[in-house]
Design a protein around this ligand. Structure first.
Ligand code: ADP
Length: 200
């Protein structure tokens, strides 16, 4: 089935663009949301995470203690790898299950770390990158999340560079000083192209 992998750095505007495709009736599978589901209270990853890291990394209701785990994995790449060995296969399985159930001529998979993690580029028909300068990412995420400039920079530094992401792109939406109207027009044009490709 024809599919688009949608990616971009933190604050680039992935969710904003994804919403515009949804408004045009395109089915969406969101890997971030799936990652939250598998690590929520009762999520399939939780018994495995408790076994690997101990109950200290669980909230009282049995969800992943995200703040605590974030602190650990930010400082310790081994812990990050241990966590990823557990959650990545579960996210992948649930993503594929949801993708197989989408109807319509094509679907979109939102994958924040498409360039950084795994073999995503081979699992979608095209890669769509939402791109903007790092300064714009910083300003947006400071405003959206109340983070400091340094906090945003630390996250950006852990992600792929802008160049690496653009090198992986088949299509690019530049979302710097775009208005919602100009973004919507770009999405309209891409949607028309994707419908044409999907019917080939
Ligand atoms: P991502 O999903 O890539 O982290 P979002 O789509 O959530 O990014 O966008 C980050 C923040 O910036 C959100 O608060 C969003 O409303 C805002 N934003 C996104 N694109 C624009 C734009 N073109 N102009 C102004 N604000 C924007």
């Amino acid at each position: 089935m024809f599919s688009i992998g949608l990616t971009g750095g933190i604050g680039s505007g992935k969710s904003t663009v994804a919403d515009l495709f949804t408004a045009r009736g395109v089915p969406l599978v969101d890997t971030d949301r799936i990652a939250h589901q598998v690590t929520a209270s009762g999520g399939v990853a939780m018994p495995l995470i408790a076994g690997e890291f101990g109950d200290d990394f669980l909230t009282p209701d049995g969800a992943l203690d995200r703040a605590k785990m974030r602190t650990l994995v930010f400082a310790d790449d081994t812990a990050k790898a241990r966590l990823e060995r557990i959650v990545h296969p579960l996210i992948r399985a649930e993503t594929e299950r949801q993708r197989s159930r989408t109807g319509g001529p094509y679907h979109i998979v939102v994958v924040p770390l498409l360039v950084e993690a795994g073999d995503w580029a081979t699992r979608v028909s095209r890669v769509l990158v939402v791109d903007c300068p790092v300064d714009t990412q910083i300003a947006r995420v400071m405003k959206r999340n109340g983070f400091t400039r340094e906090q945003v920079l630390a996250i950006v530094a852990k992600q792929a560079t802008r160049d690496a992401r653009l090198a992986a792109a088949n299509d690019v939406i530049v979302n710097d000083d775009a208005t919602l109207d100009t973004l919507a027009r770009e999405v309209d044009a891409l949607h028309a192209r994707y419908l044409a490709y999907a019917s080939l």
